[in-house]
Design a binder for this molecule. Sequence first.
Ligand code: GLC
Length: 640
Amino acid sequence: MASQHHDKPLPAEHLDLIQSIAAIAPAEEQDSMTQRLRFNLPFLRERLRCLYGSTADFGNWLEGLLIDLAKIHALRSRDLRALDSARLAEPGWFLSQNMLAYSAYVDRFAGTLPGVQQRIPHLKSLGVTYLHLLPFLRAREHLNDGGFAVASYEETEPALGTMEDLEDLTATLRESGISLCSDLVLNHVADTHVWAMAAKAGSAKHRAYFHCLSKEAAEDYAATLGEIFPETAPGNFTYVPEVDAHVWTTFYPYQWDLNYGNREVFAEMACILLRLANRGIEAFRLDSAAFLWKRLGTNSMNQPEAHWILQAFRAITDIFAPGVLLKAEAIVPTRDLPPYLGQDDALGRECHLAYQSSLMAAAWLSLATENASLACKIIADTPHLPPRTSWLTYVRCHDDIGWNVLKPEFTDGDISALQAASRFFAGAGESYAEGASFQALDPRSVHGTNGMTSALTGFARAKGPEAERQARQRMSLLYGLVLAVGGIPMIYMGDETAQGNDPTPQEHWPAGADGRQLHRPQFDDRRLLEAHSGTASAGAAHAALRRLIGLRQLCPAMAAAVPTRLVPLENPGLLAFMRGPRLCCVFNFTSAPQTVDLNSLSDDRRLGNCHDLVSGATCQATLTLAPWDFAWLQAAPALV
Ligand code: GLC
């Protein structure tokens, strides 16, 4: 983002509005608030005008919204406002090579929100600075898609604790140098949320919060839509007798999509975001961000209006909670990803972070096929990011590895490589993996793969120390990639001890669980003990990961802002990229040793004589990587 100082003259109506909004802020913050408004208000107004400018009395509506938001901001604690100031003074604070994310379900990781406090020493020992706790707000009872069907944004899930527990946790984490990231499920609410209940009870106002369509209209839209859960929740609409309409339900039938064409929905969600930010949440994972706007004749993903909505939320956080980060959960093909970080006139004005989902899937594909070409292509096609934005890079998360994001890369429509990868990770043939295909009844299609990293890389099936060493090597390869490629790397709960799939037999899975349950086990404390005593497979995996994290922290070229540039190599089993001018990372995705001519890695001859940070070896002229091995090569400093 450009400087917050804004010297362009503003129209008189803006100046009046800025003055009246800034006057609501605590006295000592009014100057800074005025500056933030001067910079962000014209942009916010423009975006909201594009979305809602044709609605009645737009100007008064906007003013009313800003006053509501300013009043929420006025309740923001002194500590959080101090955090805002610190972050305004250092807006790139989240780009350092010390940033490390961790993602976990509260109940599985620690039982309750207070229980998470007991895990802080563990997180600190890994170097975690950003903790994404999966949904902890009050969810629909019984079936709730792992908490992603939110019944109330104002309460926590009772079994996990109270809002006070949440505030205590965010404060303790902050003291420990860890930012709490929460999901903001903004595309849909549970059918038991008060808005849905009111719609069912006949409230016209609340009916208009949702997409309630006739059968014919729903069919017209459906003609061009994809399906997220083709087996467990086919279709995109659910007939709801109480509203006598086909309600848009992209995910499960009990998750009702919100209608962002209705400005009240936007206003409600903006207030929810700020109220949660006031609880101490420092980052929001904007769930299902790609789906916010629907358009007939399209797949209703990545629409320009969805970006305007995100940009408007960003402007609002930049004004009223400037210490807060927004992260797009947009699991979309590579070409559709960069706009979530802001482009053109919105450069750097959308989300701060976005999941690098296509590289994640391509890395797994490379492992299965022993061919890294697609991962190379994705790195080559990924544009340099706008200032003060970053990827969230990851190996696994709580969702399946979604192969769909890679489909557009196969321009001839031949997705057999993806199908083969899906079968491979499901354990077919000679595979070392022990995962499962997700939503895979249609043999002509390919959807996703479930399983913990350790199961997919071969720990579970490893018979003997050599097979286990190879599994560990594959796991290190993937983590070596996400730690080095640029962004905030994320560890998925349990990966730090190479924990395997959920051992619970399927018939005992929680009600409504789908195949993703496989990689949502209870955190295994026994493995953590083993990890700390350095014994068994957990000890070796934990030590290997911690070592890589430590090396990364010492290497400024790993910081997110340092450019990543693909180094094209003739050998398709290898992936190589430069981080800045002196660090070259090379990965062998094959089961055979591979040799690289170091001089081919860069025009800069200094790489011909370099030091591998990972092995500690000095390399001259050539580098031979063992099966699934990798190197982070640091060139000698220039002599002049
Ligand atoms: C996101 C979540 C996923 C959930 C879906 C619907 O994609 O990651 O777990 O099922 O949104 O909320």
